[in-house]
Design a protein around this ligand. Structure first.
Ligand code: HEM
Length: 206
């Protein structure tokens, strides 16, 4: 009989999920660091990103990285969403979620009383944060399409309020994603066992 301390391969973090998660993290790193270099070439705010944090060396190089990373982000994101929906995992893991539930779990977490026994179950703060990241990345891709091919994606451009507005939407969505990443990394650091599960797929069965 398996004890509670037994390391068991988790059905909640299958191989395809771990692979798409880490490819997504790589794609986000490439997109953000090259995006900052592109922004620096023509900033619409009164600041630039430190060159050391950017990728590509110059505008042309950064654009090459951004366009290459774009395909990885898009293809990998579509694969993640398709497998998540087809397996039924998306609805099992991320729903139900409600403002009341998020606030309840947030307040429990802030009082240090949120249980982490079952790593295969996401609390409502995690559900909200992950769904937010998924929707925000979709918005980044959509606004990015407008900036890339603004004539071809004319309807999308108008829906976003025009080319310059799409630039702002793209920038704000990037900023929100970076805020998610900071909170995400803090949450992972607070419960490091989740990292082991996301790397090996093995976790302690509750
Ligand atoms: C850079 C962009 C990143 C994004 C957009 C992102 C997004 C996500 C999402 C959406 C999930 C939930 C996946 C699912 O269950 O379907 C997740 C889980 C997870 N991520 Fe990330 N991630 C990023 C980077 C990272 C990094 C750099 C680390 C570690 C250093 C990390 C560690 C984890 C872990 C451990 C989990 C599972 C957490 C848990 O069980 O509660 N992520 N991430």
């Amino acid at each position: 009989m398996a004890s509670t301390a037994t390391m068991t391969r988790s059905a909640s973090h299958p191989g395809w999920l771990r692979l798409t998660h880490w490819l997504n993290a790589l794609a986000v790193l490439i997109m953000v660091s090259s995006g900052w270099r592109i922004f620096n070439a023509s900033p619409f705010f009164d600041f630039s990103f430190p060159a050391v944090l950017t990728l590509g060396g110059w505008l042309g190089g950064a654009l090459q990285w951004h366009f290459a990373g774009m395909w990885l982000l898009f293809a990998n994101g579509v694969l993640y969403l398709m497998l998540n929906i087809a397996s039924g995992r998306l609805f099992q893991r991320f729903f139900p979620v409600s403002p009341r539930g998020v606030l309840r779990d947030l307040s429990t977490a802030l009082r240090g009383k949120l249980a982490h026994d079952d790593l295969t179950h996401y609390n409502q703060v995690q559900r909200f944060a992950y769904l937010f990241a998924i929707v925000d990345i979709a918005l980044l891709v959509i606004s990015g399409l407008v900036l890339w091919k603004s004539v071809q994606f004319g309807l999308l451009r108008e829906l976003l309020g025009g080319y310059e507005a799409a630039r702002r939407v793209h920038f704000i969505a990037m900023t929100l994603l970076m805020m998610f990443v900071v909170v995400h990394l803090v949450m992972v650091a607070l419960v490091p066992r989740t990292l082991l599960l996301m790397i090996t797929g093995k976790g302690r069965k509750a």
